[in-house]
Every structure is written in structure tokens, then in C-alpha cells.
Ligand binder design. Sequence first.
Ligand code: FES
Ligand SMILES: [Fe+2]
Length: 367
Amino acid sequence: MELAPTLTGHTVQNRVRAAGINPHHWYPVAWSSQLRRGKVLPVQVWGQAIALFRDDQGQVHALEDACPHKGVALHKGEVQGQNLTCPYHGWQFAPDGRCVAIPYFPPEQKLPCVQARRYPVQDQYGMVWVFPGDGEQAPTVPLPSVPEYDDPQWLRVAIPGQFNAHFSICNENTMDVFHGFLHRNLQGWFNPKLLQLRQSDTLVEADYQVSYQGWLSQFLGMGRRGDRITTRTISIQYRYPHYANSLEGVSKMYLMRLPVSPTETRSFTLLFLKIRLPQTLTKMIRPLLSRVIWRFLFKPFLDQDVEMVESEQQTYHNNPQRHYIEVNPAIIALQRVMLNQAHGAGFHPALPYPSLDATPSVAIPSR
Ligand code: FES
Ligand SMILES: [Fe+2]
């Protein structure tokens, strides 16, 4: 559905701040490099504690982080071959969660029929992904596609993000290009215009026009001279529950969202830049260049966003009844998708909510 890109005021739907997740999707829970062979890592998806482990063959597995014997956290245990052993009484669990050994049982004794919950898991694009919903649906749900991942024309920068805030606040920050003001001292963008907006039950696509000026835009190849203004289109696509965006001819970004709990969210971002350097040179210095770009160019932006997002969360927490005004229809559309997905998954009652066409309470002319 095409929506008019007119900036008008709408009351923010506070219940999106209390929305649950649709668990029938793949969520990234760790960078692959964090989980070496024989290691166990505790992770969490929307309150579900999961013990991730990589067996001695390099395969990744995910089990509920609670031993079926007495509930001790399995991530405190150790990997033995393909199995995960609980630290308390040494019960051993196979990758499918079945208990396959109890060290103090005589060999002829039958094992109790217990099984830790197993989660479908994938190791792709340098991330470990878990499917926290109905495991039967997992094979039918694709991971986001990242075609640039192994393409040597692009420089890949991996960016971790951590926010003490509900995922809806973080998602709105990613969809919102009208906060260039916050980043003005970092030579961010300015003069944004919403050009086009499309929405379906699972998708919001917004095209914005934005202007850049300064050494950062010059470094990114947007103009020969940093003092000139360059205007580009940035397309942001939110396909529940993750993002992809593309800045015309300059960069592609995939931001994968992990809702850890109602007040904690993480992001796993892959940024791809077309840096114009000789191929052989970039190959040699690629990892170093990625880290420098992340640390000195993009982390300062993220730090500013984290402060805003966490401040928003804190104020919501102090008074969840208070109403706010949103003027960007892309964000209203985003809220609809998040609510639809939460309701569709049956985690919250399907509350009625105002239509996007509702009479605006404040009207702000688009420029
Ligand atoms: S609690 Fe895990 S083996 Fe006893
Ligand atoms: Fe930002």
C-alpha cells in the first residue's frame, strides 16, 4: 500500500512500547567469532534464556538454558564432543536436547526420558541466528538476504549495538532520518525530505532525500569537494523484524534487531561501503580499516543515538500513560507493523488502534 509522505502529527501509540515480538522469525544472538569451538555462550531472546554452544566439529547448537534435571543454567556447563554437559550432576545433552548420559548411572540402567528444548539455529553472515518460535516453521522462514557479504567490491564493517530500551524505540530511531540535528557536530545529514512510503503487514519502505556536506561525505565518495552539498536518496526498508537500507551508490546497511527483553535490545549491523582504494591494498588492510571506520566514524553516531533512545525509554518508564506526537508517517506505519506482528503471533490481545488516516491532532507542513 502506498502512503502519502506528508508530515502530520499523530498521537504516538503508547501500546507499541508494551508490544511483544513475533517469535516466528530468525533473530541474531551472537557474532559467530564470539563462539569458538568447544565454547558455550548464554544469550537471550525476549526473555527466553538460551545456551549456545559450538561442538568439536564446529557445528553450532542452541538449547534452553535450564537443565531438565534441576534447572541449573546449562551455559555454565561444558562441551564434550557434540554434547553439552550440565555442571551440577554431569547429565549430558545431545544437540537435539535429549539426555544421553548420566555419569553415576550403571551402564545397564535406563536413562530418564527428558529433553531440553532445542532451538533451530544457523551460522550465517558472521552471526549465529536462533528461531525462538515454533521450530516446525523455521525451515519456511528465510534469513534476510545479504548479497554483498562476500563481494570484494564492498568493505564490510560489523557494528554491535546495545540499548537499554524497548525494541520499538530502537526501530523508530533507525527509521527516523529527521534527527540529523542530533548528529550535526559529526557532519551528519541535513534537510531531509520523505519522498515515498509503502507499507504492508510485514513491511515499511521509505525513501528519503537527504543532503550531506563535509569531509565525511567526501571520504564516503559522495563528492569531490567536502565543501559542496551532495543530495542523495536513502531507502530504508523494515521487513519485520530487521532493517536494510541503501544510500544511493555509497553504502548498504543491514541492521538485525535482537529484542532481548522489554527493556533491552541489541543490534547486529553489517555496513558495506564502496571505498575507492586499490583491491590489493584493501584486501590487506580490510580488517583494520573496518575497525577504524567503526570506531572513529560510526560509533560516535551510535553513541548519540543510544543516549536519546535510552532517555526516551526512561521517560516512558516513569509515565507510560503520557502521550507524545509523531509527525513522520513512516514511523506511524512502522508502529502498525510491530503491533500487527505482535498481535498476529498471539502474544498480545488484538487491540484496535487508530487508522493512519485518522484526523491529525497537529499538522506540520512538509518542506
Ligand atoms: S541440574 Fe543439571 S545435571 Fe543436575
Ligand atoms: Fe542517529
